[in-house]
Design a protein around this ligand. Structure first.
Ligand code: CA
Length: 225
């Protein structure tokens, strides 16, 4: 999942980016409102964390600009603890959730995961499809094999790719689309990397879980023998 982190406090930004990265988000960082506005409009993010107090352009104006341009990406705003009116203004400008500073990263993570699930139309508290259940906290997947429940651990990239496919089962995603949602802006992207990780996932989960549509891409199949 691609995440845009808009926070001008460099130390906080670096710390958050590291922890979000460890939890399966491909994070791009920006430090002022003008760059935030540009990146939000031009890169395919799944969720955005937006600090309100920013140089160049206030966060609230960035958010208003995005919403006026029909940008529907879920946005969580970061506010000062005492400033209740910032929360009200934030929601009026189109925010989907907020956290007051200081906060625990665990809380940010579960809020972001819930926001993304909701935005993809998932109503349950987990990502489940085709008899597989994804555990976002441990980055593993549960599947029943021979009437037993097996837990399969995933590497970071395997988890990010499988989570993306499982959130919209039956939906065909091209290689380039998957690359854009699994990797951040700055990472080196080998052209066949998605193919390589799809094949790793098939070895772990069985061939029939992820189907190839020639010339179109990949989909997570809910119909498993
Ligand atoms: Ca700030």
């Amino acid at each position: 999942m691609r995440l845009l982190l808009v926070e001008d406090d460099k130390a906080l930004s670096a710390d958050l980016a590291k922890q979000l990265g460890q939890h399966g988000f491909a994070v791009d960082r920006v430090f002022d409102g003008v760059e935030a506005a540009y990146m939000g409009e031009n890169e395919p993010y799944d969720v955005i964390v937006l600090d309100l107090g920013l140089p160049e352009m206030p966060g609230i104006d960035v958010l208003k600009q995005w919403r006026s341009k029909q940008l529907a990406i879920p946005v969580l705003i970061l506010t000062a603890r005492s400033a209740w009116h910032e929360k009200v203004d934030g929601f009026r400008a189109g925010a989907d959730d907020y956290l007051s500073k200081p906060f625990h990263v665990e809380e940010l993570l579960v809020r972001l995961e819930a926001l993304v699930r909701r935005s993809k139309g998932i109503t349950s508290a987990h990502i489940e499809a085709g008899g597989l259940k994804l555990d976002e906290a441990t980055q593993s997947v549960e599947m029943s094999m021979d009437n037993r429940l097996e837990t399969i651990t995933l590497t970071g990239v395997e988890f990010r790719l499988l989570r993306y496919l499982m959130m919209q089962p039956g939906h065909v995603f091209s290689d380039s689309h998957l690359l854009e949602h699994v990797y951040d802006y700055d990472s080196e992207k080998e052209s066949n990397v998605i193919e390589v990780y799809i094949s790793k996932l098939r070895k772990k989960l069985g061939k029939e879980r992820i189907l190839t549509r020639r010339g179109q891409g990949y989909l997570f199949s809910v119909k498993v023998r």
